[in-house]
Design a protein around this ligand. Structure first.
Ligand SMILES: Cc1cc2nc3c(=O)[nH]c(=O)nc-3n(C[C@H](O)[C@H](O)[C@H](O)COP(=O)(O)OP(=O)(O)OC[C@H]3O[C@@H](n4cnc5c(N)ncnc54)[C@H](O)[C@@H]3O)c2cc1C
Length: 439
């Protein structure tokens, strides 16, 4: 079956939803997700979202982002992100997002790598607050259709003319369908599902990266993968539970097997991760301890209720004892190479959020910059697509799309398991290749 839409967005995280919300009512936007709409990493974000507090903080925010990224960041992207942050926060509040307040002013928390508190938050479930509000707003829009359990299997494209015409998808009932779209936006998140230990949802497996590699779409820094220093140690299989950096920002410290402090907990993630790995090796232990003794009990309960609940479920009471923590795969700084408008190297194809790489994060992401970055550049994609739609002669598109669609051999997509395994191999091999190039 062939469905038609103006724009198809793959992913219901912060990036995909924010992008969809930025199209006018006369543009049909179809948003698909391979799972349920609220099963995205955006829902898991705990710490918060950075915002430029005042003009005097610009240089500090810029330098903190660059320093965390080992100065490999794209300066223009960093500037765009920081300068757009107040507008994004205002828009979110307009949609109904409730950030914490200190009296009648917004409250800010701090995380590793930040020289001052500049992170907006909602308890320790900021991602859920933001993304569920975006989802509610998107569901109310007449021009946006959200479809769950639809898996993108491939794009429809002409590699000679370098144009994308939509998607080949597997439906909830297992049928292979075609979505013909004037513009396609990848908002597929990271690749944690490819790793045994990760804080990501298991179904977030870098599918857009594999499809991009398959079609020769340009990639950037595919080996820049962030390991989060503190996830709750558990022997159970599945997703690792994150102990947000803001816990350390509020005063928690890391201890070795003899309960002695061994590092500066507020340095950027890659450095703290390396310190923990070194200590675990020295101590011969599979984890180190995190002590919240310096945080008032009331703050632990009010600021970190979700973390508290999860720790108690695992048998630890963080108000009374240390909890075991271990580093795990967490975030992907690299991705499909995009420009400042989130356009990929293929015409009519955009990529936003974690699956894309506009160079904002450099080699290592500064805490709480990713929700912000996802939304800033998702809006820019929507803006550019609208401009292009106004200017383009779409009758030419329809003819080319139809001829490409009629050439597709649908039987190639019958074996989902085989394709999934091939895509995994493609991405992991490319990461290894790129890693060895950097060594
Ligand atoms: C535990 C945790 C805590 C975090 N805390 C913070 C924080 O405090 N602050 C911060 O800024 N960032 C944080 N992050 C990072 C941040 O949440 C993500 O980087 C960001 O939300 C990514 O958003 P996204 O929209 O790009 O992707 P996601 O939110 O991951 O959404 C990806 C979407 O793509 C869909 N999808 C993927 N492949 C396919 C396919 N083949 N077909 C159809 N659909 C597909 C998925 O189902 C999903 O809907 C955290 C991440 C985690 C995991």
């Amino acid at each position: 079956m062939v469905k038609e839409t103006d724009v198809v967005v793959v992913g219901t995280g912060a990036a995909g939803l924010f992008c969809a919300l930025h199209f006018p009512e006369d543009t049909n936007v179809l948003v698909i997700t391979k799972d349920e709409a609220d099963k995205s990493d955006s829902f898991l974000a705990q710490g918060g979202m950075c915002m430029l507090r005042d003009d005097g903080d610009f240089d500090g925010f810029f330098e903190d982002t660059m320093k965390a990224g080992h100065y490999e960041n794209n300066k223009a992207s960093v500037e765009v992100m920081i300068r757009s942050s107040q507008k994004i926060a205002k828009e979110l509040i307009g949609y109904g997002v409730e950030f914490e307040h200190d009296g009648d002013k917004l409250a800010f928390t701090r995380e590793g790598g930040h020289r001052r508190p500049r992170i907006l938050y909602h308890k320790d479930v900021t991602g859920k607050e933001i993304t569920s509000t975006l989802l509610d707003n998107a569901l109310k829009r007449k021009n946006i259709t959200i479809k769950e359990h639809i898996k993108m299997m491939d794009i429809i494209c002409d590699e000679k003319t370098n144009e994308c015409y939509g998607l080949i998808v597997k439906n909830a009932d297992g049928d292979i369908d075609v979505i013909k779209a004037k513009y396609t936006v990848f908002a597929c998140g990271g690749l944690g599902g490819l790793y045994k230990h990760s804080t990501n949802f298991r179904h977030i497996t870098g599918d857009a990266l594999a499809i991009a590699l398959k079609h020769g779409i340009e990639m950037e820094h595919i080996d820049y993968i962030q390991i989060h220093p503190t996830t709750l140690y558990s022997e159970k299989p599945g997703r690792r539970f994150l102990i947000s950096e803001s816990v350390r920002g509020e005063g928690a410290i890391l201890l070795d097997k003899n309960k002695k402090r061994f590092c500066d907990e507020l340095r950027p993630r890659d450095i703290v991760t390396a310190d923990i790995h070194r200590q675990m090796e020295k101590d011969g232990t599979p984890f180190v301890w995190l002590s919240m003794e310096r945080i008032p009990e009331e703050t632990i309960r009010s600021h970190f209720p979700n973390i508290m609940k999860q720790c108690l479920e695992e048998g630890y009471d963080p108000t009374k004892e240390c909890i075991p923590v271990v580093p795990a795969q967490h975030y992907f700084m690299g991705g499909i190479k995009v420009n400042l408008s989130s356009m990929t190297s293929m015409e009519r194809l955009y990529a936003v959020g974690e699956t894309s790489c506009n160079g904002v994060h450099g080699k290592n992401r500064l805490a709480s910059n990713s929700l912000l970055e996802s939304m800033v550049f998702a809006e820019r994609a929507a803006d550019e697509i609208q401009e292009k739609m106004k200017a383009a002669d779409e009758s030419r598109f329809a003819k080319k799309a139809d001829s490409n669609i009629s050439d597709i051999d649908m039987s190639l997509y019958d074996d989902d398991e085989k394709i999934t395994a091939e895509y995994k191999e493609l991405v992991l091999n490319e990461i290894d290749k790129e890693k060895s190039r950097h060594e």
